[in-house]
Structures are given as structure tokens and as C-alpha cells.
Design a protein around this ligand. Structure first.
Ligand SMILES: *[C@@H]1O[C@H](CO)[C@@H](O)[C@H](O)[C@H]1NC(C)=O
Ligand SMILES: *[C@@H]1O[C@H](CO)[C@@H](O)[C@H](O)[C@H]1NC(C)=O
Length: 405
């Protein structure tokens, strides 16, 4: 029953308020794909992306997708063997695989409190802490061992997504407001309702995520578009917003700094600051429950497009930097040349000879899936338990967003 509810919510989200929506995320990834320039990094990203192909294409996934279909979900199977596909994995994991523990990885609550209401918007981890962690973990070694292949894949999926998200102004601001008679966070604009110039009631978070600024009429078709279609769409945006134009719009364009992972925190603060300031302007243009000015709506359209382009360029620089230092082999499940493949395969073979009758593919997929989900949840639990306080009153959680949107 719980799963069904989650699927129903996710379906609504596809049509209403998925962060930056799928189209925005995929465009960021398409811009990044065309801007990466370090040949070794490009090869490394492809090697890492190749790793989970097994998981997304095996019988276990087919079985799960069958379950979602039985529950009325029409979400296409989520693969992540290209950056463009990988860009939406984090939303799909949260909404469809019910991995809601990662909801708070999608934003940073920079508090905006012009009325001195003093609301609590703090969270224990956020997109900033997790981007920093991943950019340092992926190229690092522990006890002489390289970061696990699956973790690099998981981390890459999240980096692509989070760098996209923090370029959406309302993933970097949380405003204090009175809500139901109490001082509260507006959950990244989710509670900040206003009327669009077209006389439709919406909220700032959804409005920025959605086609009302950019990706409008046939969103489902756009979600299902293929990589080449995104490449073409991205190329048009790149031509419209060359780097000189992005600098004129006030964006930092020091891509060399972004490529230097030792300066990642500085870079993230600059991205967040830009998004926060854009969010503040947008509050000014949209009084609570009031009408937004047409002139601002027109400008927001250009801002959304340009945020996608600068976000993609920055993502390319970050990936060029991180993966310049890694040496992940291309993953081949049938090969015994990598340690990962060898151990997964021998466990699968042992299980098959014990159990009989079950295909190796399903077992391999099951083992990889189990290891991945178990290890991820373990790692995150360790990270989150530390300073855990109840954040239900202040967290800008996706769950809250769902209720509010
Ligand atoms: C705007 O929408 C409201 C409510 O939906 C409606 O009552 C009003 O007439 C509309 N105004 C215009 C100018 O269309
Ligand atoms: C953040 O934005 C404000 C307002 O535009 C600016 O004054 C400040 O220098 C920025 N801070 C950083 C770290 O970029």
C-alpha cells in the first residue's frame, strides 16, 4: 500500500514538481557531455557509467518494473549508462525505489528571513555536504584500495543531479514565513503561493522547476526523448548563452577553479550564492498570494535557460577534475580481470550451483543490487545518525514538497 502511494505521488510529480524536472536535469547533463575536455576523464566517466548496466537491465529490475506497472505506474525503465540518463536517477531512486533517505541531498536551505521571524531551516546533511563528500571520496583511496566501482557510479549519478539541482534558485533558499499561524520554513518556495501572469495559482518552487518558465507543452514527450534529442536541444541553448553572455548575466565563469577539486567548497558557495540571490529577486517579483509581473516572468525564462547552461559547464569542469585522478576499469561482468567482477561472479556461480534453476543474470543482479542498496543505506545511516535531530519541522524535505505541491 505504501509503495502504491509512493508511485502515485511520483506519477503526479512527473506532471507537476519534480526538481528542475527531468528535462532540466537532462539538459544540464547534455551540456556537460559536450563540454568535458579531459580525454582520460571522459573515458573514466564512461567506464564508471558502464558498471551498473547489469543492475538496470537484469531480470530483477524487470521484475520490479513489472511491479510498478501493476501499480499503475508508467515510468520508463531507468537506465544510467549515459550522463543524460544518469541525471534523473536520483529522483527516480527517491520516488520509485522509495529511497527517501536521500531526499535531503537535493537542496541547501540558505535561510532568507527579511521579516525577522527566525524560523529553523537547519538540516544535518544537504546537497553541499554530499557534493563535497563525493568529490573527495570518488578519487580517493582508503588503505591503499580504490573507491569501489559501484560507489563511484552511485556518486556520479548524484553529482550530476545535485549540481543540476543547486542551479535551480529554489534549491538554495528557504524563507521564513507564517504558515497556519506559526513561524515556519516555506520549504524552498513550496509554500510560497502566487498567481502567474496567466492567472494560474502555483508556488515558486514548482514554477521554477516546471515548464511554466521553459519546458512547457509536451513534457512527457520531452522526458522520453533520447540522448541525441537532448544533445540538439542543449546545443541550441549553448549557442544562445555563450560564456561571455553568462558572465554578463552575473554568473561566475572561472571554470578552472571548478576543475580544481581542492577548491570545490569555494565553487559550491559561489553557485549557491547565485541561486540564493536569484531566489530573493523572485520572491520580490511574486508577493505571497499576489500576482507576478509579466516582465519578471519573461526574465525568469531566460534565467532558467541560462542556469541550465552554466550548471552544465560547471558539471563538466568538476567531472574533468575528479576523474582525471581515477583509474576505474571498464566493467565487464563476464571478465575475471577486475576484482569486482571476479568476486560478484564467483558468489553468483556458488549460489547457482547450490540453488539451481535460477539464472545467473538474476543472481548477479540481485547480489549487486543487494550490496549496493545495503552499503548505501549503511553509509548514509552512519553519516546521518551523528547529529540527528528531528527535522520534520524544518527540513525542506521532498516528502513535504509532495504534500505541498
Ligand atoms: C483569474 O482566475 C480567477 C479564479 O480562477 C477568476 O475568478 C478570474 O476571473 C480570473 N481573472 C482573469 C482576468 O482571467
Ligand atoms: C553573495 O552575493 C552577495 C550579493 O550579491 C555578494 O555581495 C557576495 O559577495 C556574494 N558572496 C560570495 C561568497 O560570492
Amino acid at each position: 500500500m505504501k509503495l502504491f502511494a509512493a508511485s502515485a505521488i511520483a506519477l503526479t510529480l512527473v506532471g507537476s514538481s519534480q526538481a528542475w524536472w527531468d528535462v532540466g536535469h537532462k539538459l544540464v547533463a547534455a551540456v556537460a557531455t559536450s563540454h568535458m575536455k579531459n580525454a582520460h576523464s571522459i573515458e573514466q566517466v564512461n567506464n564508471v557509467l558502464s558498471y551498473m548496466d547489469t543492475l538496470y537491465n537484469d531480470e530483477v529490475t524487470e521484475w520490479e518494473m513489472g511491479n510498478y506497472a501493476a501499480q499503475g505506474s508508467s515510468r520508463p525503465k531507468q537506465e544510467s549508462t549515459t550522463l543524460v540518463q544518469a541525471a534523473t536517477w536520483a529522483d527516480v531512486a527517491k520516488s520509485f525505489y522509495n529511497m527517501q533517505i536521500f531526499g535531503i541531498w537535493h537542496y541547501v536551505n540558505i535561510r532568507y528571513d527579511p521579516d525577522n521571524l527566525n524560523c529553523d531551516t537547519s538540516v544535518d546533511v544537504d546537497a553541499k555536504t554530499q557534493m563535497l563528500q563525493l568529490s573527495s571520496d570518488i578519487p580517493d583511496t582508503y588503505n591503499g584500495r580504490q573507491t569501489a566501482h559501484w560507489y563511484a557510479h552511485f556518486g556520479l549519478n548524484f553529482l550530476v543531479h545535485m549540481i543540476g539541482d543547486v542551479h535551480q534558485p529554489y534549491h538554495a533558499v528557504a524563507r521564513c514565513m507564517m504558515y497556519d499561524g506559526e513561524v515556519a520554513s516555506d520549504f524552498g518556495g513550496n509554500r510560497w503561493t502566487f498567481i502567474t501572469p496567466a492567472n494560474e495559482s502555483t508556488n515558486l518552487h514548482s514554477w521554477w522547476d516546471s515548464g511554466q518558465t521553459l519546458w512547457g507543452n509536451d513534457l512527457q514527450a520531452e522526458i522520453e526523448a533520447s540522448d541525441p534529442e537532448y544533445t540538439e536541444f542543449a546545443a541550441a541553448l549553448i549557442a544562445k548563452y555563450p560564456i561571455t553572455k553568462l558572465a554578463e548575466m552575473g554568473y561566475d565563469t572561472d571554470l578552472a577553479r571548478e576543475e580544481d577539486r581542492t577548491r570545490m567548497e569555494e565553487s559550491i558557495d559561489i553557485w549557491l550564492n547565485e541561486s540564493f540571490n536569484l531566489g530573493v529577486d523572485s520572491y520580490d517579483a511574486a508577493p505571497l498570494n499576489g500576482m507576478m509581473e509579466q516582465s519578471y516572468a519573461d526574465e525568469a525564462h531566460l534565467i532558467a535557460e541560462s542556469r541550465v547552461v552554466i550548471g552544465g559547464m560547471r558539471l563538466a569542469a568538476v567531472l574533468d577534475g575528479i576523474f582525471a585522478e581515477t583509474n576505474f576499469p571498464a566493467f565487464d561482468i563476464s571478465s575475471t580481470s577486475t576484482e569486482d567482477a571476479a568476486s560478484v561472479k564467483s558468489e553468483a556461480d556458488a549460489a547457482e550451483s547450490d540453488g539451481g534453476g535460477v539464472s545467473t543474470g538474476a543472481l548477479v543482479g540481485g547480489i549487486i543490487g543487494g550490496v549496493v542498496v545495503g552499503a548505501i543505506i549503511g553509509a548514509v545511516a552512519v553519516k546521518m545518525i551523528g547529529g540527528s535531530k528531528s527535522s520534520s519541522a524544518n527540513a525542506n524535505t521532498e516528502e513535504s514538497r509532495v504534500e505541498l505541491s
